[in-house]
Design a protein around this ligand. Structure first.
Ligand SMILES: [Ca+2]
Ligand SMILES: [Ca+2]
Length: 355
């Protein structure tokens, strides 16, 4: 998914600048909850993941082609944030540095057109304003082949206004930060003296010590469960039954942690990894034993060939089994590096010798 789809949607007349009334169930943040989350910036909110060898990728049949073939990977140990970076944490970073995210800057047409088919006309300047992509439920069933049916370029959307200019994060300080482009995540990591996980580190951690299981908790389907993960339950993208209590982001740590005491490695928001996304990468490395792999040398996604993408993992509150069956450790997607989305955030890792 990338800005290209949103901008093109506007060029053909689909404009959505208004925040939609949400059904989201928000939860009052308790003071001790905030204290726990604040502590993450001094390493207390991290857990040591002892490294090891594992089977990376899908172990059984029936998933997306990009997850095959599974292959042997070895990773060294590392520290990992127990939860996704929150709005509170990101606000501490921006207050300290004055950093402005990609979505808060005007769109650079010279950069954007590199991601578009040649001869794409320049949109009007009124469209190329600061903004980001926001999910909007459809009124009924729509074709699942066209993400522009539910993603809308929204001027004024950014991490402080995740669903558009009329939304805010006042009551969402313990929710994961969203509308974060790759460089926005990197900037935070540098400030926090951390880094993004590699895809291998992320997947190893997500498995939580389980071997070749479908989910972070085992093999049980979460579609009718309240306690396993924040995903899209019901009929995508128009009928979110929210058995899990959330139609949008949930505050971090509301669902069961995995075997390594990590929260929301399945669902809530997608999480950036440092690797380039290349859908053929696993085929290239299948015959090797990979030690601390850092991913493909170049990005390649046959669905979005003009775009440079990095790996995103874990799925989100918008992932549904019919369309985006990605709330699994082996699932992997590519996201354009300059694109923020209302369901995409990140968490950080640290190496042993930095602690
Ligand atoms: Ca949900
Ligand atoms: Ca997540």
């Amino acid at each position: 998914m990338n800005k290209f789809i949103g901008i093109i949607s506007i060029m053909i007349g689909i404009i959505a600048c208004q925040n939609e009334t949400k059904k989201e169930v928000t939860k009052e943040i308790k003071k001790d909850e905030i204290d726990v989350i604040k502590s993450v910036n001094n390493n207390k909110g991290m857990v040591w993941i002892e490294g090891g060898t594992f089977n990376m990728g899908a172990a059984s049949k029936g998933f997306y082609k990009r997850e095959y073939p599974s292959h042997i990977v070895e990773v060294d140990g590392f520290w990992m944030d127990i939860h996704e970076v929150t709005n509170l944490q990101y606000s501490e970073f921006t207050k300290a540095t004055g950093y402005k995210t990609v979505a808060e800057r005007a769109v650079d047409w010279e950069e954007l057109k590199k991601q578009l088919p040649p001869d794409t006309p320049k949109p009007h300047d009124s469209i190329l304003q600061a903004g980001s992509l926001v999910f909007k439920e459809s009124k009924g069933p729509v074709s699942l082949n066209n993400p522009a049916n539910w993603w809308f370029w929204t001027i004024g959307a950014n991490w402080k206004h995740p669903e558009g200019k009329d939304s805010d994060i006042t009551n969402k300080m313990s929710h994961p930060v969203v509308q974060i482009a790759y460089e926005d995540a990197i900037a935070y990591c540098k400030w926090a003296n951390k880094r993004l996980p590699t895809e291998a580190e992320w997947e190893f951690a997500a498995r939580g010590g389980l071997v070749d299981k479908k989910y972070t908790w085992g093999d049980e389907d979460p579609k009718n469960r309240q306690d396993l993960a924040n995903i899209y339950q019901g009929d995508f993208p128009y009928n979110n039954t929210s058995i899990d209590n959330y139609t949008g982001t949930a505050p971090v740590m509301q669902f069961k942690s995995n075997g390594y005491q990590l929260f929301d490695m399945s669902g809530n928001v997608w999480e950036w990894c440092s690797d380039f996304f290349n859908e053929n990468y696993y085929e290239e490395v299948a015959s090797k034993i990979c030690k601390n792999p850092t991913g493909a040398k170049t990005s390649y996604n046959s669905r979005e060939t003009y775009v440079i993408e990095r790996v995103t993992k874990g799925g989100s509150f918008l992932c549904h089994i019919s369309y985006c069956f990605n709330y699994r450790p082996s699932a992997r997607e590519g996201t354009s590096v300059d694109t923020g989305l209302s369901h995409l955030g990140f968490r950080c890792v640290k190496e042993k010798n930095i602690i």
